[in-house]
Ligand binder design. Structure first.
Ligand SMILES: [Zn+2]
Length: 469
C-alpha cells in the first residue's frame, strides 16, 4: 500500500481491494468479481448486522428463486420499462429453446408479489414483512467497478405488504430508521434524499435514497427505500378482504442495501496503510501480537495466550504467533483494517500490562486485569474518531451554488453535494445534464427550503446536485 487515496482514489481503491484480499477481479466475466475470504467475511458480518436490525423490527428471512418467467416479469408495465435494457435472459435448456424465456432477477418484486397474492387472503395476513440476502443480476454496459457497479449485485432486499397506503408510508419511514442505524454503526455519514420523479424506482410512487460522498468527491447511493403504493398489487393481484369483507389491493414497499455499503466503508475510512473496518463487520476484531525476543516465546505466550483465550469468548480474536517480525505483523493487520491490536513483550507482561492500539493509531497501556472493561471503551473511541474524520470530509464537500457559473466552478474544483434551486421541470434538469455540471439527486428529507431555479429563475425547491457513481 503506502498510497494516499486523495488525488488517486481509483488506483488506491483497486490496490486496497486486491492487497487486503477483498475481491479478485480476474474472474472472466465482466462485472462479476470473486469475493475473497476477508472481503466476503466482512460483507457477511455487514449483512448479518443488517439482518439483526430487520429481525428486531418484525421482518422474516426467506429465499426466493433466481428465475422469473417472462410473462410474470412483464406484468407491471412501468417496472419492465425501467429494467428491460439490463435484464439477463435464460433462453435455453441444453440445446433446446425454453418454451418460456426466464429472467435472471434484476430485483425481486416480480418474483415475490405473485406469491404474496397467494398468501394475503385477509387483513389478518397483513402486514407481510420479509427479506432475503442474495444476488441479483443486471447487464451493465457502463464501466463496472468492484462492489460499486457490477453485473452480479449481492444485496439485502426487504419487501412488505400492508393494508393501507398510510401503513406503507410509515413502513418506508421505519426502513429509513433501520438504515440510518445501520450506517451509524458503520460510521458512514449520509443524507436521505427523495429522488425526483424521473429518477424514482420503476413502478414506485416515490423513492428515498441514502447518498454519501466518496474520496474523489463523487456521491454514492448506498441504500434505497420505495413506496410502491398499490401499483404492483394491481399488476399481481395482491388483494385481501377487509373486516367488512370488501376486497382491497394491498400497498407495498421495498428497500435494499447492497455490497456498496462495504465499498463506502472501505473508501471512506481507508488510508495509506489500508482498510479501517468498523468493529461490527471486521472478520478479526482484535489481533494479539506477542513480541518475542531471544528464546522467550514460551514465556510470552504463557502470559498473553490466556488473555486471548478470555477475550475470544466475547470477540472475534486472532493470536498471531507467526514467525514474522512484529513490524511486519502490524503492517499486515493494519492493511486488513483490524480495529484493535493488543501487543506485549516480556517486560510489559511481567508488569501485568499490555499495549492496546487501535487502527487510528491511538495507543494505551492497559493492565491485564482491566482489559475486558477497556475493550468497549476502546471500540467506542475508535468509532468516534472514524465517524468524526468521515464527517469532517463529508462536511467539507457540502456546498450551495446560486448561479450556473458558481455551480460549475464548485463541481470542477470539489464535486461533493451542491445545493441549488430547481423548478422541477424536465427541461431544466436536461439543461443541467447538457451543461455537464452534475445530476440532480433530489430533495433532502426534512429540508423544505424554497429557491429560484438556477436555470430558468422560476420558483422552485432546494435540491442537491452531484456527480455520482
Ligand atoms: Zn427551471
Amino acid at each position: 500500500m503506502e498510497m494516499s487515496k486523495i488525488g488517486n482514489f481509483s488506483e488506491w481503491y483497486q490496490t486496497v481491494l486486491f492487497d487486503a484480499g477483498i475481491v479478485d477481479i480476474r474472474y472472466p466475466v465482466k462485472g462479476m468479481p470473486v469475493y475473497m475470504p476477508w472481503g466476503f467475511q466482512s460483507l457477511d458480518y455487514m449483512f448479518s448486522f443488517l439482518e439483526k436490525l430487520l429481525d428486531e423490527t418484525g421482518h422474516q428471512k426467506m429465499l426466493f428463486p433466481v428465475a422469473i418467467p417472462e410473462s410474470t416479469f412483464s406484468k407491471e408495465t412501468e417496472h419492465i420499462k425501467g429494467f428491460e435494457d439490463e435484464v439477463l435472459w435464460i433462453t435455453h435448456g441444453g440445446l433446446a429453446p425454453l418454451e418460456e424465456r426466464l429472467v435472471l432477477r434484476p430485483t425481486s418484486e416480480t418474483a415475490m408479489y405473485p406469491m404474496f397474492a397467494l398468501w394475503a387472503r385477509s387483513h389478518a395476513d397483513l402486514p407481510i414483512k420479509i427479506y432475503q440476502t442474495t444476488s441479483v443480476y443486471r447487464h451493465e454496459t457502463k464501466a463496472t467497478r468492484p462492489l460499486i457497479r457490477g453485473r452480479e449485485v449481492y444485496w439485502n432486499e426487504a419487501h412488505t405488504s400492508h393494508a393501507t397506503l398510510d401503513e406503507a408510508a410509515q413502513n418506508v419511514e421505519e426502513a429509513i430508521k433501520i438504515y440510518s442505524e445501520f450506517y451509524k454503526a458503520l460510521c458512514i455519514p449520509f443524507v436521505v434524499i427523495k429522488r425526483p420523479e424521473f429518477d424514482k424506482f420503476a413502478g414506485a410512487l416515490y423513492t428515498y435514497a441514502f447518498d454519501t460522498v466518496m474520496p474523489d468527491g463523487r456521491t454514492l447511493q448506498i441504500a434505497t427505500a420505495h413506496n410502491l403504493g398499490d401499483n404492483f398489487a394491481k399488476a399481481y393481484d395482491v388483494k385481501y378482504s377487509t373486516e367488512t369483507g370488501e376486497q382491497r389491493y394491498a400497498c407495498q414497499t421495498s428497500y435494499g442495501i447492497s455490497m456498496r455499503g462495504l465499498a463506502a466503508v472501505i473508501s471512506i475510512h481507508g488510508d495509506e496503510k489500508g482498510l479501517k473496518l468498523p468493529f461490527e463487520i471486521a472478520p478479526v476484531q482484535i489481533v494479539f501480537v506477542p513480541i518475542y525476543s531471544k528464546d522467550n516465546n514460551a514465556a510470552v505466550d504463557a502470559v498473553l495466550r490466556p488473555v486471548y483465550e478470555s477475550l475470544r469468548t466475547l470477540y472475534r480474536c486472532r493470536y498471531d504467533d507467526s514467525r514474522k517480525r512484529p513490524g511486519e505483523k502490524y503492517y499486515f493487520w493494519e492493511l486488513k483494517g483490524v480495529p484493535l491490536r493488543i501487543e506485549a513483550g516480556m517486560r510489559d507482561l511481567s508488569e501485568g500490562k499490555v499495549t492496546l492500539v487501535d487502527r487510528n493509531g491511538t495507543k494505551k497501556q492497559v493492565a491485564i486485569a482491566g482489559i475486558a472493561d477497556e475493550i468497549p471503551r476502546a471500540v467506542d473511541a475508535y468509532h468516534k474518531k472514524l465517524y468524526a474524520d468521515a464527517k469532517a470530509f463529508f462536511d467539507r464537500h457540502q456546498f450551495t451554488a446560486n448561479t450556473v457559473k458558481e455551480l460549475r466552478e464548485m463541481m470542477d474544483e470539489y464535486r461533493g453535494m451542491i445545493r441549488i434551486g430547481w423548478c422541477g421541470s424536465m427541461e431544466c434538469a436536461e439543461e443541467l445534464d447538457k451543461l455537464e455540471v452534475g445530476k440532480i439527486l433530489g430533495y433532502e428529507k426534512g429540508n423544505a427550503k424554497k429557491r429560484k431555479c438556477i436555470i430558468c429563475g422560476r420558483d422552485g425547491d432546494e435540491v442537491i446536485i452531484s456527480k455520482s457513481y
